[in-house]
Design a protein around this ligand. Structure first.
Ligand SMILES: [Zn+2]
Length: 377
């Protein structure tokens, strides 16, 4: 179901990187970024699909960290499946935002700056600052919604998940439509694209999945299917283009990195997405020569959603990330809650009719019970 705001037609002609994109057009554009020291011009590759019918304008971006390329493949596969004749609204795809890092197989820009700490940037600042500014001006400025694709940092892999500001009803609706294995209302990082989109009140999902410098088929599949469901939820494509979500999404309400207590060889005992219980051994770190080893145990019940992929660890290295997930309410619990609500309403109505303003007993009891029946989101 589309929200009211997503039905707004683009008010102005769509001009990206100086090129006009008409309704019903698919255009491949090169937005000039800068010249390399060799004099070679470097550009930001963008594909714009503008449907014949009006609708939201969405950007898809990947490789803001130049070595995080699963999203590059996700965007390629999404674009291949869309038809501008039936698309409502427009899609602006930037599969390689940090063009420098992508070429160098690096997270960073040539000056070692992290692009995702330099938003909103400026036209006259550092290279990172200029690229951030260009991306906002040429792409984000046209958009009503966006998805930014990432992976774990070097030598770490992430369970495919969405990070987003779930307190925002529209963001939550879209995250649920995306239906990844896990959603996480993680804190926004200062200078990130997500933080800047939030400041501009643009609903954004941040996708995380897999590790740098790889195309992981399972991660790409989650990303492609989720993006199509996201577009269907915005009524940009027909729901049948997207596959129905087959899994229940877990919601992380807290997360903690578990660090290596000693240096050594890592032997994981768990895999990404696995549910673990408090006290369960998650990994061993052993001495390479002797049989001595130290265990890493789960400090709480949770789900492993990030893991080191290299067997060599130093003391203090982040090895595993555990998410505490919201307890799912069973159908029975939901029915009971609904019954209670109806009963409460009946008591309230009765009290009103009787001309009293005092809280009914059931409501008073609930007010005293500070702890919510379902975990906070
Ligand atoms: Zn990243």
């Amino acid at each position: 179901m589309a929200s009211g705001s997503s039905k707004r037609p683009p008010a102005k002609p769509l001009r990206v990187g100086g090129a006009l994109v008409k309704r019903g057009q698919r255009r491949r554009l090169e937005i000039p970024v800068a010249r390399l020291p060799t004099g070679t011009a470097l550009s930001l590759p963008v594909t714009v699909l503008r449907g014949r019918e009006p609708g939201p304008t969405v950007w898809l971006s990947a490789a803001v960290h130049g070595d995080e390329i699963n999203g590059t493949e996700i965007i390629r596969q999404v674009v291949r499946q869309l038809n501008v004749r039936t698309l409502r609204g427009a899609l602006i795809c930037a599969p390689i935002v940090n063009v420098y890092g992508f070429i160098e197989r690096s997270r960073y820009l040539p000056d070692r700056r992290d692009l995702n700490r330099y938003f909103p940037g400026s036209a006259t600042g550092s290279l990172a600052s200029r690229l951030a500014h260009l991306f906002l001006q040429e792409i984000v400025a046209h958009c009503s919604h966006g998805i930014d694709f990432h992976t774990g940092a070097l030598h770490r892999s992430n369970l495919p998940h969405i990070r987003a500001d779930l307190a925002n009803a529209e963001v939550r609706r879209l995250a649920e439509a995306f239906a990844p294995p896990l959603v996480f209302d993680s804190p926004r990082i200062k200078g990130s694209l997500r933080a800047e989109a939030y400041r501009r009140k643009i609903p954004i999902l941040l996708f995380e999945g897999g590790q740098p410098l790889e195309f992981a088929d399972d991660v790409v599949k989650v990303g492609v299917e989720g993006t199509l469901r996201f577009l269907a939820a915005l009524d940009m494509i027909e729901p049948q283009v997207a596959t129905r979500a087959k899994r229940r999404t877990m919601e992380a309400i807290a997360a903690r990195w578990l660090r290596a207590g000693r240096s050594g060889i890592l032997h994981p005992e768990t895999s990404l997405g696995e549910r673990v219980t408090k006290g369960q051994i998650l990994a061993w770190i052993s001495d390479p020569f002797s049989g001595r080893r130290r265990s890493m145990k789960a400090p709480f019940d949770g789900v492993v959603f990030a893991q080191a992929v290299t067997p060599l660890v130093y003391q203090g290295d982040a090895v595993l990330r555990l998410a505490r997930v919201a307890r799912r309410r069973s159908v029975k619990a939901k029915k009971t809650a609904r019954k209670k609500k109806v009963a409460k309403k009946a008591v309230k109505t009765g009290a009103k009719r009787a001309g009293t303003t005092s809280k009914p007993v059931a409501a008073r009891k609930k007010a005293v019970r500070k702890k919510p029946s379902s975990p906070p989101s």
